[in-house]
Design a protein around this ligand. Sequence first.
Ligand SMILES: [Zn+2]
Length: 217
Amino acid sequence: MRLVLVGPPGAGKGTQADFLAAHLSVPKISTGDIFRANVSQGTPLGLEAKRYMDSGGLVPDEVTINMVRERLAETDAADGFLLDGFPRTVPQAVALDKMLADNGTSLDLVLELVVDNDEVIRRLAGRRTCHTCKRIWHIEFDPPTYNGSCDNCGGELYQRDDDKPETVAERLRVYARDTSPLVDHYAAQGKLVGIDATGPVEDVTERAIDALRSYSA
Ligand SMILES: [Zn+2]
């Protein structure tokens, strides 16, 4: 099965991607992993991407698309894959459609993890990270015994910039701007399935697996 997973920051996409890829016996292909692999192996695409990242710029679509194309050409992805973090925009989705069509295949399904903005803010803005051991706590869902210090090591807890409510709100704005059109793109192809991604992780996985089952039935 050829699958794309989309969802806002804080939707638990990485965790679900791991479970679903294992369930389907397909490789999980995340852009983060591909980037790190290309950069650490010093491939031409990796070096090019690194130049952009080092200068604080965004890696252009073309570089990302070429990395994904090379990764999808590897043998383990021949019969299926789960893409996590790609495509992120409509031009990337169009490029993906084309590279699959060139190989005589196409995507089977796009799973969208649906979580409303208030829930995302509650999940991310409640996170506190330990200065010393880096463990992540949550003031509501996984609180330490004493406010402000780590049960593990006694270290001081702080809120990472990424988890500040204003940063989370900005990430959600970017997601809505770039990804809503992507969702529409796949809905128009009849490939989009939305999954309620609130509640316990296992429940979300179960909903996703149900959706995949009714698709293949
Ligand atoms: Zn700690």
